[in-house]
Design a protein around this ligand. Structure first.
Ligand SMILES: *Cc1c(COP(=O)(O)O)cnc(C)c1O
Length: 391
């Protein structure tokens, strides 16, 4: 389309909030439509057989999925983005960059699905993993072996929100030629941009805050450099675990409101955390925004916000179960990052497969619950919790 003078002053970078909505493909080039069309097509017609086409088969490339991939690459500040069928599809594809005989150093309180992938699937492919406390840089460096090829980070971690120093681990890894991957699901690129801190691949369960409405399962990956991009493209095309076009469109729609949602999620989460701290019947509260949270200083150096996941210990399994039974606003479910509050119980949900002794060692006690704070009125959420906690 031709027409008016829609120029942007050269040399001036647009802000994140603008990029969320104006990411390049937000206006359909052929019709001017206000959203990316859903190209519900599996293949593309060859006008003449000799001409190279932009798209030939939709596993390899589809304009709707590509628009989302462009959007997330821009938001994370990487060179290329990839959309996958789930967060685990994105994470497992990134691990396909490794080969048999390679060794991985992984944070010990990694997402349960990633733990399962490493310990029950990739181990069979002769890819071995050492799990370390990544808040301790000495533990990370001590884990390196001659065949170490990659380091996998997740910060803040789940559910006790431990903080890893991203730049410190990434620069050490770079010195030794190791690939760094980081699961950025809890923070989203609005709060934390790992590529700027030296990380090679950023991974997301877009099912959570990016999608934001608990209505789509999706995964995203963004790479820092072009050659990694080419390798991951080959894997995405070869494994075929792409995100469908309907879900790609839904995800783009969700991402447009990311900043607006995160601002309210976080304001609510801060109030909830402070309220919990003030109560004598709560044993412990985990939230990176609390003054005494271990690693808060590091977190503030590498992130612009604290997110909206608050974990707290009510003292016993009995009390936790009563709370889950009595709350009337949050979903009681696994998952997080939706417009609705979601309360989960790690001991019987996300961390049920972890031996009790290991679970307790990691601070995931029988009284620990995780609250993903939604966009409801915060006073209603507190009133609800107050009632549910009263014995
Ligand atoms: C949910 C989640 C995943 C897995 O994502 P799916 O979309 O469920 O496959 C990975 N990492 C973190 C931190 C998560 O919360």
């Amino acid at each position: 389309m031709s027409g008016g003078d829609r120029q942007w002053p050269e040399g001036r970078e647009k802000a994140f909030a603008t990029h969320l909505i104006h990411f390049g493909a937000e206006i359909d080039a052929s019709t001017g439509a206000s959203s990316v069309p859903i190209y519900q097509a599996s293949t593309f017609h060859h006008d003449t057989i000799d001409k190279q086409m932009a798209y030939d088969y939709a596993r390899s490339g589809n304009p709707t999925r590509e628009a989302l991939e462009t959007q997330i690459a821009l938001l994370e500040g990487g060179t290329r983005g990839f959309a996958f069928a789930s967060g685990m599809a994105a994470i497992s594809s990134a691990f396909m960059l490794l080969s048999a005989g390679d060794h991985v150093i992984c944070t010990e309180d990694v997402y349960g699905g990633t733990y399962r992938l490493l310990t029950t699937i990739l181990n069979r492919m002769n890819i071995e993993t050492t799990f370390v406390d990544m808040t301790d840089l000495d533990a990370v460096t001590a884990a390196r072996k001659p065949n170490t090829k990659a380091v996998f980070l997740e910060t803040p971690s789940n559910p006790t929100l431990k903080i890893t120093d991203i730049a410190a681990v990434a620069s050490w890894a770079k010195q030794h030629g190791l690939l760094t991957m980081l699961d950025n699901t809890f923070m989203t690129p609005y709060y934390q941009r790992p590529i700027e801190l030296g990380v090679d691949i950023v991974l997301h369960s877009a099912t959570k805050f990016l999608g934001g409405h608990s209505d789509v399962i999706a995964g995203l990956a963004v790479v820092a450099d072009e050659s990694l991009g080419n390798r991951l493209k080959q894997i995405q095309n070869g494994m075929g675990n792409i995100l469908g076009v309907q879900d790609s469109w839904l995800l783009m729609r969700g991402i447009k409101t990311l900043k607006a949602r995160m601002d309210i999620h976080e304001a609510n989460a801060r109030k909830l955390a402070a309220w919990l701290v003030s109560r004598s019947d709560i044993e412990r509260v985990y939230y990176p925004g609390l003054p005494d949270h271990a690693g808060r200083e590091i977190h503030e150096r590498q992130a612009r916000g604290y997110g909206a996941v608050v974990s707290f210990d009510v003292g016993s399994e009995e009390r936790a179960k009563r709370l889950l039974d009595r709350v009337s606003i949050p979903l009681v479910a696994v998952s997080l990052g939706g417009v609705e509050s979601i309360l989960s119980y790690p001991a019987m949900m996300s961390h049920a497969s972890m031996p009790k002794s290991v679970r307790h060692e990691r601070g995931i006690g029988d009284g620990l619950v995780r609250y993903s704070v939604g966009l409801e009125d915060i006073d209603d959420l507190l009133t609800d919790l107050e009632r549910a906690l009263k014995s």
